[in-house]
Design a protein around this ligand. Sequence first.
Ligand SMILES: [Zn+2]
Length: 90
Amino acid sequence: MEAFVLTLVILCPLVGLLIGRSRNCQNAGLLLGFFFGPLGWVITALLDYRPHCPECMEVIRMKASLCPHCKTRIRWHKGKPTVAPSVESS
Ligand SMILES: [Zn+2]
């Protein structure tokens, strides 16, 4: 019985963390998994804090400098992606 409870206490937040990591909200996933178990996993899977390209609105990686979908140059300001001004070539 003790082992079962211990497994739940470790497993639930861990799975929440792993689900949250793919959605860019690992801390929320950890807490939701700890307090709500499998229900917290579902809530975490519904959360999505992944950054989106300001031009085409597709999901991009954190700190990406170039959108893989529309090739827009991206500048990061206070954790949010913005379109970088185009470099003038002379
Ligand atoms: Zn884009």
